[in-house]
Ligand binder design. Structure first.
Ligand SMILES: C[S@@+](CC[C@H](N)C(=O)[O-])C[C@H]1O[C@@H](n2cnc3c(N)ncnc32)[C@H](O)[C@@H]1O
Length: 209
């Protein structure tokens, strides 16, 4: 999917997203934000903030900036911030996560929930998240990752051609995000049924080539 296909898919999803997807993804979202809240540092970037379902879960001392490609999803997030009077949301900005306008080292933590499967190029997303987070900060992802075999693998392969309609890639694997799974300090299955996985990657300084 290119950026225009993402905008188009989430223009359709925006009005029904919370009802259709909110409950099934709730446990994974709570796990990710609990992990963010435990980490040191106040400056948090939420990439692909969507309708802002996670925003009320952040600890009051965190300062959260959310970005998203979809104006329709962001409008829902803005409404949530107003209605819930969320004082720790420092900004909601229409921006491409694969090419962010933030300076290097702008954040302590970046978190992408159910977004790595949607962005046109997950490796670019990962590189950009690394760039805008300070060395020693943390990157977190919660996502559905494709099974390596069995019935679920078969179902995911079958659904893959429908990614433009669905708005995400059912056959997205952890290897599509990370060069090497050993980069992750934590890979934890989340409820329901381990359908989603929390991945935490310390933003280590790269050794010179
Ligand atoms: C499945 S939704 C997840 C929303 C939210 N994180 C949640 O937990 O419900 C994926 C979101 O990623 C956004 N997105 C996709 N590609 C993006 C990109 N390149 N830059 C910024 N946002 C993007 C979509 O517009 C959509 O709002």
């Amino acid at each position: 999917m290119d950026a225009e296909a993402v905008r188009e898919a989430y223009r359709r999803w925006a009005g029904v997203y919370d009802g259709v997807f909110g409950a099934i993804s709730g446990a994974g979202r709570r796990r990710a934000v609990e992990a963010v809240n435990r980490l040191p540092g106040q400056r948090v970037l939420e990439v692909g903030v969507g309708t802002g379902l996670a925003l009320p879960l952040y600890a009051p001392q965190k300062r959260v900036v959310g970005i998203d490609l979809s104006r329709d999803m962001l409008q829902r997030a803005q409404q949530r911030v107003r209605e819930d009077r969320l004082r720790n949301v420092a900004g909601l900005v229409e921006m491409d996560a694969e090419s962010m306008a933030f300076a290097d080292d702008s954040f302590d933590i970046a978190v992408a929930m159910f977004t790595a499967t949607v962005v046109p190029d997950a490796r670019r997303l990962f590189r950009e998240m690394r760039r805008v987070v300070r060395p020693g900060g943390e990157l977190l992802f919660v996502n559905h990752f494709a099974a390596e075999g069995g019935l679920r693998w078969w179902a995911e392969r079958t659904l893959a051609p429908l990614s433009r309609v669905l708005g995400w890639h059912p056959d997205f694997a952890l290897g599509d995000l990370l060069d090497d799974p050993r980069q992750a300090a934590e890979i934890d299955p989340c409820r329901p049924f381990g359908l989603f996985t929390l991945v935490r990657v310390p933003n280590l300084e790269l050794a010179p080539a």
